[in-house]
Design a protein around this ligand. Structure first.
Ligand SMILES: CC(C)(COP(=O)(O)OP(=O)(O)OC[C@H]1O[C@@H](n2cnc3c(N)ncnc32)[C@H](O)[C@@H]1OP(=O)(O)O)[C@@H](O)C(=O)NCCC(=O)NCCS
Length: 445
């Protein structure tokens, strides 16, 4: 049988994500269109798949389009104050009826997903219940919003109990007051509060918009695929002054993202529900298909720790196989882990470098400099080199050497000069691998 290299490479590329997401809590929110819309079966199958991969998943559904048409059919009239519907008793009855109906449809879709590949023979239970305590919003601009409410409290203990048993939590936009009344909530309010209360790792908005127009954000170099909280705030103030154009969905969800970030959720994703496998593409590929908003900077440099050995190996092994880097034993990396610096992006190691000091000499060696192919040519290599130089100086090193087979020009362009083996410290000369015939470079620092 012929080896399928694409499959092997693809499989290896998703392993770091699978490891990263196992045991993490994700909250996904979507409006009512999703149950009847295109790709609904695939979306619900993907929810099951995430749970099977060990993600603790909470899904929050809306009912907006269904309620809108029911109100029309019943000849009722909705009144909105500052974007919030006034929910009278008749409308609340329609909402209760619709929530029940949609919940059943969702449970059916989730059960259907389990009978087909890739989820056949797996069992995932769904939990829902009186997890949300609500209170009335009250009077806005002199108008009583009646049964329109907001989240007051979430029973995180109960939800966690079910998530920890591998169940998926399905939450509806309804909450109950201590006096036994039912209140209509927005799915976004429920999702943000649940994500914050559960200290979720990700909050995902599945939007109706066909795709994210990453070009609509001209002032940020066309990059709507990744934004920090500070950038989102800047974007929102530009939106207020009409100096930037964004789709309706993005306008609606960006303030929600800010609220969730401020509440402590690290990553918010805005994804179109209309793209097949959008959630999987966003979560398991570097490029993604949506917009990821992060609370803090996505990229951090730090000293490596013993738990980073796996991530470092995943990064350097392909380069060792190609002969670009000299082979290193896992044990040796474990022993020498203090010598490594790593570059993390979104909790994954995408770069590393190590510094060896030759005792009794002012010479240090930069080794194992590697940047993940998806992140090259963005200055990451340069930044790691700068940090290695600082570390070297702090250790009394004033000459840095490096041995390379494929990156000579990269180092000469950064002030390194080619030198001969005799210029290496004696101990290093003895370990020079004549088979690899690496070129030797040196520079003062
Ligand atoms: C070499 C390496 C670390 C550079 O990292 P990087 O983050 O892509 O580099 P930077 O973004 O800082 O620099 C990019 C520049 O270097 C150039 N460059 C990248 N790799 C190069 C190489 N092997 N040789 C020469 N130039 C190279 C790019 O073309 C770009 O130049 P440009 O902007 O003029 O087009 C990375 O390519 C890598 O991991 N290579 C495999 C491992 C390796 O060879 N390590 C060095 C031996 S220890």
């Amino acid at each position: 049988m012929k080896p399928n290299n694409d499959f092997v490479a693809w499989f290896r590329s998703i392993v770091p994500y699978v490891n990263e997401f196992r045991g993490k809590t994700f909250v996904v929110v979507f409006d009512g269109e999703i149950t009847a819309g295109e790709r609904s079966a695939e979306i619900f199958r993907d929810f099951n798949l995430l749970v099977n991969l060990g993600v603790k998943l909470v899904i929050v559904h809306g009912v907006y389009p269904q309620i809108k048409s029911k109100i029309r059919e019943a000849n009722l009239r909705s009144k909105y104050i500052k974007g919030l519907r006034v929910t009278d008793a008749a409308t609340l009855n329609l909402i209760k009826e619709t929530v029940g109906q949609i919940r059943i449809e969702i449970e059916a879709l989730l059960s259907m997903g389990l009978s087909k590949p890739p989820m056949a023979n797996s069992t995932i239970r769904i939990t829902n219940g009186n997890y949300i305590t609500a209170r009335p919003i009250g009077i806005v601009d002199g108008v009583d919003l009646m049964f329109t409410g907001e989240v007051r409290k979430i029973d995180t203990t109960a939800i966690r109990l079910h998530l920890d048993q591998g169940e998926m939590a399905l939450l509806s936009p309804l909450g109950y007051s201590r006096t036994g009344e039912v209140f209509s909530l927005t799915p976004e309010n429920v999702a943000i509060e649940v994500a914050t209360a559960l200290k979720a790792d990700k909050l995902i908005f599945l939007m109706d918009t066909p795709g994210i127009d990453r070009r609509s954000n001209g002032d940020l170099n066309g990059a709507l695929s990744e934004l920090t909280l500070a950038e989102v705030r800047a974007l929102l103030s530009k939106l207020e002054s009409n100096s930037v154009k964004l789709s309706k969905d993005i306008q609606k969800y960006l303030p929600c993202a800010v609220q969730a970030c401020v509440g402590g959720v690290d990553r918010i994703h805005l994804i179109s529900r209309r793209i097949d496998g959008a959630m999987l593409q966003e979560l398991f590929t570097h490029k993604g298909v949506g917009c990821m908003i992060s609370r803090g900077p996505l990229q951090t440099f730090r000293s490596a720790e013993i738990d980073d050995v796996g991530g470092i190996l995943e990064l350097i092994e392909p380069l060792e196989n190609e002969g670009v880097l000299a082979r290193r034993d896992r044990k040796l990396i474990e022993i020498e882990i203090d010598r490594f610096l790593v570059l993390e992006y979104d909790n994954m190691i995408i770069g590393c470098a190590a510094l060896n000091h030759f005792p009794g000499t002012p010479v240090g060696e930069l080794t194992c400099l590697a940047i993940h192919p998806d992140y090259r040519n963005k200055g990451c290599g340069d930044s790691l080199l700068k940090r290695i130089k600082i570390r070297a100086k702090n250790n009394g090193i004033n000459e840095l050497i490096v041995l390379t087979t494929k990156a000579s020009h990269w180092f000469t362009e950064r002030g390194f000069n080619e030198t001969s083996i005799e210029k290496l410290p004696k101990i290093r000369q003895g370990r020079y691998n004549y088979k690899r015939r690496s070129k030797i470079f040196i520079r003062s620092i």
